[in-house]
Ligand binder design. Structure first.
Ligand code: ADP
Ligand code: MG
Length: 352
């Protein structure tokens, strides 16, 4: 399904190029010079980094190094990664040395599982493999085999020594998959690298995780489209963002069909089957890119009511929830920063 990513990037490039003809207002970045841009494939997705300002090229290079470096550490499919080493030693009692970044991300993912039990677990890998996600042979698994794999999903049995740093999976057959968390965490470190390199404003598009820094090319904020999960050519609406990340999870990007039924890649850790919460997509907007990524996946599994009750309990993220019932719920922090399109959905604002 990789080609499905192109419309997003294409749209963003359209936004950028469309804005190039309009000079920035209020002393914004030097839009007339255009951004330094690099596109590349990492973390199983097409990434694009665009940075404005005189240090644009250097900042893009720094971001690329951070993102490809993290990909080498965190990839489950590359045999040399730290995650592959951790998985290979599951159950043998040995501590596997980790870089501080891998350890920090694992710790964050484990904490997310604790905060949202039954919605998120980074030890979901055995179940992903049972479905063949990540490979060519995707299929509905045998129920007994699936429940055996599901018994291995428990990030409480991922031990971490953050001082060393090192990690250990306590049960043979356990395995970590950071597919729901790595891109957001990487976006945070790449954004930091861009700023340290002197990038003035930037757009990091890491496949459904969009991070913006500084002013947009045509004004103080960036305009980022949220796709309609039922029609890739259309948008639910447009977000107005500044120094934030928008992460979207949905069942519409990566899936296969068997006997006329569609099976997507976001798994309910309570059942081992693709999540069916009544939501078609979840977009999380936050100043914390790692949080945006994990929550978009977790809240897609959890469903609208649980998502809104978590939102009411904290102040560090906002939501756009698209339901199969045709209702788009936007949390009140986005009331003036999300412009819905006339697309047949009923839009409602959630209040605290
Ligand atoms: P994408 O990576 O396609 O943008 P997500 O951020 O929602 O979408 O992550 C989906 C990926 O996360 C899956 O491919 C799988 O690797 C992993 N995953 C699936 N279900 C869960 C879950 N319940 N908890 C944690 N990780 C999951
Ligand atoms: Mg995610």
């Amino acid at each position: 399904m990789k080609h499905r990513l192109f419309p997003v990037v294409f749209f963003i490039l359209l936004v950028l190029s469309g804005c190039l003809s309009a000079p920035p207002s209020g002393g914004g970045p030097a839009a007339e010079e255009g951004p330094a841009v690099r596109q590349f494939f990492a973390m199983d997705t097409l990434m694009s980094v665009s940075v404005y300002g005189p240090q644009g090229e250097a900042a893009v290079q720094e971001a690329w190094e951070v993102l490809t470096g993290l990909d080498r550490l965190l990839s489950r499919t590359s045999p040399d990664s730290e995650i592959s080493a951790l998985n290979a030693h599951a159950g043998d009692g040995s501590w596997v040395p980790l870089s501080p970044e891998t350890a920090e991300l694992l710790s964050f993912a484990r904490q997310t599982a604790e905060d949202l039990p039954g919605a998120f677990d980074c030890t979901i890998a055995p179940v992903m493999d049972a479905w063949g996600f990540g490979g060519e042979d995707r299929h509905v698994p045998d129920a007994a085999a699936l429940s055996a794999r599901l018994a291995l999903v428990d990030s409480g049995r991922l031990s971490l020594d953050l001082e060393a740093p090192a990690g250990r999976l306590e049960v043979p057959g356990m395995a970590v998959d950071l597919g729901a968390a790595a891109k957001g965490y990487a976006a945070g470190l790449a954004a930091q690298a861009v700023l340290e390199a002197g990038g003035e404003s930037a757009l990091l598009d890491l496949g459904r995780n969009i991070t913006v820094l500084g002013e947009g090319p045509s004004g103080p904020s960036w305009r980022v489209a949220v796709k309609d999960p039922q029609d890739m050519e259309r948008h639910l609406g447009v977000l107005s963002m500044r120094d934030q990340t928008a992460s979207t999870s949905g069942g519409y990007e990566r899936y296969f069909e068997e006997n006329g039924v569609r099976y997507h890649h976001i798994i309910d850790p309570k059942t081992g089957y693709p999540a069916e919460s009544g939501l078609l997509s979840v977009t999380v907007v936050s100043e914390n890119p790692a949080l945006a990524d994990v929550l978009s996946t977790a809240l897609f599994v959890a469903g609208r009511d649980e998502a809104l009750s978590l939102w009411r309990s904290r102040t560090d993220f906002e939501l756009v929830l698209c339901g199969a019932d045709g209702v788009v719920t936007v949390t009140e922090g986005l009331e003036f920063d999300f412009r819905g399109e006339d697309n047949g959905y009923t839009c409602q604002t959630a209040r605290r």
